[in-house]
Design a protein around this ligand. Sequence first.
Ligand SMILES: [Zn+2]
Ligand SMILES: [Zn+2]
Length: 103
Amino acid sequence: MPPDPSGHHGEQWAPLADGGRHERKAVYGCELQPGHPGAHAAHVRLLPGPDRFIWIRWDIRARELGTLPPCPAERADPDPRSPYGDEPAPCLLFEGHVGPHRY
Ligand SMILES: [Zn+2]
Ligand SMILES: [Zn+2]
């Protein structure tokens, strides 16, 4: 796939601009694999308590804010150079996401 000069999902920002003014202050970047199928997704915040991962998901028509359960995957071969040593590294995405896991 050739590089996209407008950046990752550049044309997808318009629906996120508040009031159509195309401001990017409240805009999130997709955290899924570039070129993935389906809606884009970005982690917004983590609330206290279990299963309180707030995500925003959007496509060219709509956006949706809500909680999603975390992906249960953990990295099988932790990076020994990591400051966290060989602690298991959970996937940072939500359960059922498309593309590879992110740690
Ligand atoms: Zn995306
Ligand atoms: Zn995952």
